[in-house]
Design a protein around this ligand. Sequence first.
Ligand code: IPE
Ligand code: IPE
Ligand code: MG
Length: 225
Amino acid sequence: MNPVKHVAIIMDGNGRWGIKYKKSRNLGHRAGLKTVEKIIKSTIKNKIKHLTLYAFSTENWKRPKSEINFLFTLLDTFIDQKIDEFNKQNIKLKIIGNINILNNKLKKKLKRSENITKKNNRLQVNLALNYGSKSELINAFKQIKKNKQNINSKNIEKNLYTSSIPDPDILIRTGNTNRLSNFLLWQMAYSEIFFEKKLWPDFNENDYNKILKKFKKIKRNYGNI
Ligand code: IPE
Ligand code: IPE
Ligand code: MG
């Protein structure tokens, strides 16, 4: 039986769900947040220590301004409403991605949320925000060059946002799309990948548990036989 330390999720399909059921992409994003809460709860129930959620990619800036604004307002309100509850539940929040370019108010809120939850150890939720794997790797190489270090796996990993996080055992992408979209390319070298047909707002605890069950039976070779 494989132990699960880390699940990473590309939460895709909010926009299509919103159009289908509410005639609005943004309402799909709102519905997607409910799934986030459910999946955090199931992750705790399953005693998994790391959950990484892809919330906004470096490429998502190409979207219409109105959708981008909606997404960041949604995040801002979610943090206001939930951070104390997360803290009580012993959840640690970590942001991965470049949040320097976000507005000051939100940036401070995110930093403060990381700070007040930093000692928690039941579950670490890594929120990928303005995250792009290629830019993460470029930054790591620049850092290595600046420090005149050798290029090797250890030094690369030390300079990634995920330096203190084990590699994902499982990647789930919902939304019936089979690609990685610039997510954790280095870290997922040996992750088991599950592409889900369901759109993110429809994904539920039962779907999640089925994936966890399947994962446990997989023979992970890492190149060996
Ligand atoms: C993923 O859902 C969530 C974000 C990128 C924020 P999408 O918004 O990509 O939903 P679809 O793929 O357009 O349905
Ligand atoms: C990936 O979804 C990013 C997030 C879920 C945040 P996208 O919907 O942006 O991916 P592409 O553009 O279809 O590859
Ligand atoms: Mg999408």
